[in-house]
Write a protein that binds this ligand. Structure first.
Ligand SMILES: Nc1ncnc2c1ncn2[C@@H]1O[C@H](COP(=O)(O)OP(=O)(O)OP(=O)(O)O)[C@@H](O)[C@H]1O
Length: 226
């Protein structure tokens, strides 16, 4: 369980997260949707301890950051570190021994190549592999499906199902609704730093329709396409 109470975050004078209250339970997959700039990544960075914030974030397993794998939208890699070395480094950080890294290379990445020279999708898959090998209990995946090929999308969906079966907690952001409805038990809607809605699986179709209506509205009329 991760409990979030009165979480607020400011950059300078600008408040980007406002009084967020949320419980993430073990063995559940949670989604978060919201427009660009709504605050999703900042929210994730606060949970992962990468930002300071007001309020409280607590977890059953402490310290939270030692049990949490965060997949960033655009993972960063130092130059001159191969994919294999990156995986080894992250595993060592958690005292996890992996004897044959090649066997764990589910995304068939070129592990002897420098990670910084990987394509966008390959970087994401390497970062995801690393947090999976670490054996984390909590996973935050910021747009995991974006920029990776169809085969990997299918694999990532299956990995999320398996993490749930293993009683892990998974939190995912995505701008593609179907990826969330395929994987999540509950979806939260973030709007300008506020969590405005929490929707359970049976009501996902209603939420999708609402989002479509909110998004499209009369916006297409503005273009005056003929
Ligand atoms: N380091 C920073 N300094 C100042 N403002 C920031 C910083 N990081 C994010 N912001 C601002 O915080 C707000 C929320 O940004 P955030 O990246 O969390 O949104 P998001 O919901 O993840 O967006 P997207 O869907 O585009 O990834 C935005 O207005 C952004 O400009």
């Amino acid at each position: 369980m991760i409990s979030i109470r009165n979480l607020s975050k400011k950059f300078g004078t600008k408040e980007v997260l406002h009084q967020i209250q949320l419980d993430y339970e073990q063995g559940k997959v949670y989604g978060i949707v919201g427009e660009n700039g709504a605050g999703k990544t900042t929210f994730f960075r606060c949970i992962a301890g990468l930002e300071d914030y007001e309020g409280e974030i607590s977890s059953d397993l402490t310290p939270l950051k030692n049990h949490l794998g965060l997949l960033l939208t655009e993972p960063f890699f130092f130059p001159k570190i191969t994919g294999k070395e990156y995986l080894q480094l992250l595993c060592q950080a958690r005292d996890v021994q992996i004897s044959n890294m090649e066997d764990k290379n589910v995304f068939d990445l070129p592990l002897n190549q420098y990670a910084a020279t990987y394509s966008t999708g390959m970087k994401k898959k390497l970062a995801l592999t690393a947090i999976l090998l670490q054996g984390n209990e909590y996973f935050i995946l910021d747009e995991p499906f974006n920029g990776v090929d169809i085969q990997s999308n299918i694999l990532i969906t299956e990995i999320i199902h398996q993490l749930k079966a293993l009683n892990k907690t998974v939190i995912i952001s995505s701008h593609i609704f179907s990826t969330l409805s395929d994987t999540c038990d509950e979806i939260h809607v973030m709007n300008q730093g506020n969590l405005i809605k929490s929707v359970q699986k049976p009501d996902f179709a209603i939420l999708e329709t609402e989002i479509k209506q909110m998004t499209l509205g009369k916006k297409l009329d503005k273009l005056g396409l003929t």
